[in-house]
Design a protein around this ligand. Structure first.
Ligand code: COI
Length: 328
């Protein structure tokens, strides 16, 4: 059983070593992205694993098929970077990770608190020995109505964390969960948009929800609303969001993800000319907190991502099925 792992970060190596031994899988690693030329050189491999930076498009999937590789795992929960329609047509099995939701959920609450308590401008001031208070008065989370869009594992974990703060919790999901009803009230999307002080997104990116936070939906929101996104950047129309920050209709933004982050986030670009005007402009506002897609990045999650990435391929090849397989 042989698997090649792409996009490997140094901090994944110990787990790759441990799970390769534990699961009896021969693994080859590279920091490079999956590419057709490299796939053509693969001989005798059962699967490949990626990390979700590069689009796995039809060309790459066809190259995998030609190389006789029938399975690809992404060591991420999100799988919007993989062309699932082509994978289905070509008969390539696709698996994702299901690391615990707590790391992202805790980070989400941190984003809310940082923005509510104006920690970004407070930190700027400390850097120049300005310890003044005016302009830094915050709001209390316990007094807010928080609207969670998407009550899958991460949305539910965020709701659970928030119960400790005493805020009013509302949620929207086309597939409501009974366990959520114990701590939050399900409402329709418009009601959530109209009544929340904080709106937090916890949905996977699909063809249907790209730019779900757009000018029309922002107009329905309360003046001063906070928008939080630790899911996928493309859920938010940055032009519409930026205009709403400028008009002060949106009071604050805290986002771990942003459209066109690939090639910027998770790298040092310190000496480079970065061409993402939307991101640079949005980042400069004192009430906008942008982090570099790091909500997932905990010791627990890195270990789990590697385990899922290797185990999924082993299970598919040896038993014909895996809980990690995405139904195509
Ligand atoms: C995910 O697991 O979906 C993430 O967002 C993690 C990141 C490494 C792409």
């Amino acid at each position: 059983m042989k698997i090649k792992l792409y996009d490997v970060r140094k901090d994944e190596m110990a787990a790759i070593d441990a799970y390769s031994k534990q699961l009896g899988v021969e693994t080859e690693i590279t920091q490079d992205e999956l590419c057709a030329d490299d796939i053509r050189k693969l001989d005798g491999y059962d699967g490949v694993s990626v990390l979700g930076h590069k689009k796995v498009d039809r060309e790459l999937l066809e190259a995998l098929k030609e190389a006789g590789i029938g399975c690809i795992s992404t060591r991420t929960v999100g799988f919007n970077h993989i062309d699932l329609n082509s994978a289905k047509e070509l008969g390539i099995r696709v698996c994702n990770a299901n690391y615990p939701p707590n790391g992202v959920a805790e980070f989400t609450v941190m984003l809310m608190l940082i923005a509510l308590r104006k920690y970004k401008p407070a930190m700027w001031r400390q850097g120049v020995n300005d310890y003044s208070l005016p302009g830094l008065q915050g709001k209390e989370l316990g007094k807010c109505t928080v609207g969670i869009i998407g009550t899958g594992r991460i949305g539910q974990a965020v709701l659970k964390n928030l119960t400790g703060f005493g805020c009013k919790l509302i949620a929207y999901d086309p597939y409501p969960q009974d366990s959520v009803r114990e701590i939050a009230e399900y409402v329709d999307l418009d009601t959530l948009l109209k009544t929340s002080d904080i709106i937090s997104l916890h949905v996977p990116l699909t063809e249907d929800n790209r730019y779900m936070i757009n000018a029309e939906n922002i107009a329905k929101m309360k003046k001063g609303v906070m928008i939080v996104n630790a899911s996928r950047g493309e859920l938010v129309d940055i032009d519409a969001l930026t205009e709403a920050v400028e008009s002060e209709h949106v009071g604050s933004v805290a986002m771990d993800v942003i459209e066109d982050e690939v090639g910027i986030y998770h790298q040092s670009r310190i000496n480079d000319i970065i061409k993402n005007r939307k991101m640079a402009y949005l980042r400069q506002f004192p009430n906008v907190v942008l982090t570099q897609h790091m909500a997932f990045y905990t010791d627990v999650n890195v270990d789990s991502m590697v385990e899922c990435g290797i185990k999924a391929i082993k299970e598919i090849v040896e038993t014909g099925s895996s809980v990690h397989e995405i139904k195509l």
